[in-house]
Design a protein around this ligand. Structure first.
Ligand code: NDP
Length: 287
């Protein structure tokens, strides 16, 4: 029997399509050596796992990847020297410094060493400045992943009302800029913890994106019937990973909704590789 539930925006399907497209472009160009370098400091388990999956997926589409692995005792000078070596290496196209760095290190000083062309995570001041000014550069992997999901599912953006909940420089703020860009043309509201009557603000959205980390806080009362709801939040609970969105209730109201897990999270590495390909292009690789 047909249900009236909204369409589930399946991140794995979109990720696989994106990776296949990247692989095809690399093969068609004769598999030039496009190289992603990662810098991992310390032995944080999840960080090690994320970096490992970045290498594995890079190699699966015909990219080279190199990993610089430094101990938790590495000094600021040692980390900066490792990053500078990669910046100076013309064979390296994209550099990802896995954050957070250990607390004794100055993260900003390390990130500031990355030139915009090689900053495939899109998190540096240079990259965010380019985003604001509309100059070509790399967009953060999570915001880019959200945009790719919207594109894949044919979500109309022009003239639509978008509400982004959460204003971090990692997710919410860059997303609000992307959605308001010429060509995307949403009318954007950027909501946060001081926004009064958040449910009413969210109910105005044709596209509602939540990136707060407040588990299941976006209930069906926050959603306009037929709206597109994208869940970025990740909360680890006793019953596993849950998102900001109360998925079971919201899917009955929304026109489109992402699951968590299986929605935005799985897009991140694919978007990192997309950025690495465009980094290579920016640095003169014919692809
Ligand atoms: P931050 O903690 O940096 O920002 C959270 C934002 O949410 C802040 O702007 C905060 O407002 C806002 N906020 C917090 N509580 C509320 C509330 N009750 N109502 C409205 N707004 C609220 O987090 P991040 O942006 O780094 O991450 C957000 C979530 O996304 C986390 O769960 C994180 O794990 C997840 N994440 C998921 C990724 C993915 O691939 N899916 C990738 C990266 C992050 P204020 O500014 O006023 O404090």
């Amino acid at each position: 029997m047909a249900t009236e539930d909204g369409i589930i925006m399946d991140g794995k399907v979109v990720r696989d399509a994106l990776l296949a497209g990247l692989r095809d472009q690399i093969m068609a160009a004769g598999t030039p050596a496009i190289t992603l370098a990662t810098v991992l400091v310390g032995d944080d388990g999840p960080s090690r796992k994320y970096v490992g999956s970045k290498h594995k997926q890079a190699q699966s589409i015909g990219m080279k990847s190199v990993g610089v692995d430094l101990p938790a005792t590495a000094t600021q000078a040692e980390v900066e020297s490792a990053v500078k070596n990669l910046v100076d290496d013309v064979a390296v196209h994209g550099i990802l410094v896995q954050i957070p760095l250990p607390a004794n290190l100055n993260e900003e000083s390390v990130l500031d060493l990355l030139p915009a062309a090689k900053d495939v995570d899109g998190l540096t001041t240079a990259s965010l400045g380019r985003l604001v000014r509309g100059i070509d550069g790399h967009i953060g992997c999570t915001p880019l992943g959200v945009m790719r999901l919207l594109e894949f599912y044919g979500i109309t953006t022009s003239g639509k009302r978008a509400v982004v909940v959460g204003r971090s420089t990692l997710v919410g703020y860059p997303l609000s800029i992307l959605l308001a860009r010429k060509g995307i043309d949403c009318t954007v509201t950027l909501a946060h913890s001081r926004t009064p009557n958040l449910a009413a603000v969210c109910r105005e959205a044709d596209i509602l994106i939540s990136a707060t980390g407040m588990a299941r806080s976006i209930t069906s009362e926050f959603v306009k019937p037929g709206a597109c709801v994208v869940d970025v939040g990740i909360s680890r609970t006793e019953s596993g990973i849950v998102g900001d969105v109360d998925f079971e209730a919201v899917k009955k109201v929304a026109g489109f909704v992402t699951p968590m897990p299986g929605g935005t999270g799985v897009m991140t590495v694919a978007c990192l590789l997309e950025n690495t390909l465009s980094a290579a292009r920016m640095q003169g690789v014919a692809i």
